[in-house]
Design a protein around this ligand. Structure first.
Ligand code: HXC
Ligand code: NAP
Length: 293
């Protein structure tokens, strides 16, 4: 590609634009922070002085997140929590408040997803993804919002989204619909809770491959050719880039930004030609045989 240089690489992990100690004395509650992007986001808050609460279901993930935060010297609490269960969430916030004080920042990162043609998707598969991704996000936000309203304290919520909230997501109809709901929820809550000092934003990652991606998602990605040349940036995202965006949105320097969805994807989701590549059905993309009712 003549003259193509792509977007420059980011500074290395460990650097930050925010002042050291920006989150000192603050507690940040991150769902799904034992793996992938949630862990990377939690790490950036930890580097800036926050105490971290990690909420998710699996012991091995909680242990991995705890080890990562400890390696950064951050105080950390892990709580077993299924975000589909409001009682689990209430107990997790109670434990967080007991350990560190009411979290001032909530990162709604946990989500569920697997590739499946819509016609093959069972009702329970649909329900499960929507329940975790959309309902779980609302239940966590609700718990956070109610506690701050009762205490009369401000707070900041960052909901992790996906760009197929705007475009639809063939092969991921459940997740795309749920993420569209998350974007819309962000806008409702930002207006409802702004008067109470609660800022609500969304953060949308582009393609950020990582070793914790589920086998289903990895398998789907492996069907794509070289990832870098398929992006306008000529590269995929590096996890610290998402963490930096999350810490900025929740920082004192972004207090007047609310109801916004920030996309960190090197403009990949705007990529569109008038003549796109030939249409391939989702079944064919996934190597499935003919539909069998
Ligand atoms: C079709 C599937 C399926 C699959 C599960 N199901 N996996 N259907 N294809 N690959 C169906 C099951 O058959 C069942 O329906 C229903 O979904 C619920 O499955 P369970 O295994 O009972 O659910 P549960 O134990 O609650 O686990 C939830 C899960 C699981 C979503 C299925 O994968 C999980 O825990 N995921 C968490 C991590 C995750 O998904 N990360 C991805 C985020 S990445 P039936 O009818 O049989 O009862 C992301 C990136 C977006 O969002 C962009 C990517 C580039
Ligand atoms: P991941 O590694 O699979 O992380 C998902 C996390 O959610 C896991 O730590 C999991 O922990 C937790 N989780 C799932 N169901 C839960 C439940 N019911 N209750 C509590 N926790 C639950 O995925 P990721 O790539 O880091 O994705 C993080 C976020 O970024 C998601 O919102 C995803 O949609 C979004 N995203 C990612 C990409 C990407 O390229 N990676 C692109 C677009 C959007 P447990 O299993 O321990 O519960």
């Amino acid at each position: 590609m003549t003259d193509a240089i792509g977007l420059p690489p980011p500074p290395p992990v460990g650097e930050t634009a925010l002042k050291p100690g920006t989150f000192a004395g603050e507690t940040v509650f991150v769902t799904g922070a034992g793996t992938g992007l949630g862990k990377a986001i939690a790490a950036e808050f930890a580097r800036l002085g926050a105490s971290i609460v990690i909420a998710s279901r699996k012991d091995e993930h909680l242990e991995a997140g705890e080890a990562a935060m400890k390696a950064l010297g951050a105080p950390v609490l892990t709580v077993t929590c299924d975000i589909r269960e409001p009682e689990d969430i209430a107990a997790a916030f109670e434990a967080a408040a007991g350990a560190f004080g009411l979290p001032g920042v909530l990162i709604n990162n946990a989500a569920a997803n697997f590739p499946v043609p819509a016609e093959d998707m069972s009702p329970n598969a649909w329900r499960t993804v929507v329940d975790i991704t959309l309902n779980g996000t609302f239940f966590c936000a609700r718990e956070f919002g109610r506690r701050h309203l009762a205490a009369g304290t401000p707070g900041s919520i960052v909901n992790i989204g996906a760009s197929y909230a705007w475009t639809g997501g063939p092969g991921f109809a459940h997740s795309a619909a749920a993420k569209a709901g998350v974007k819309n929820l962000t806008e409702s809550l930002a207006v409802e809770w702004g008067p109470y000092g609660i800022q609500v934003n969304s953060l949308v990652p582009g393609l950020f491959p990582h070793e914790d991606m589920t086998a289903d998602i990895q398998g789907n990605l492996q069907r794509t050719n070289d990832k870098d040349v398929c992006q306008p940036a000529l590269r995929v995202g590096q996890r610290q880039e998402l963490g930096w965006a999350a810490t900025f949105l929740a920082s004192p320097y972004a207090r007047f930004i609310s109801g916004h969805t920030l996309v960190v994807d090197g403009a990949n989701w705007q990529r569109r030609l008038l003549t796109n590549p030939p249409v391939v059905t989702v079944r064919d993309q996934m190597g499935k045989g003919p539909f069998e009712p």
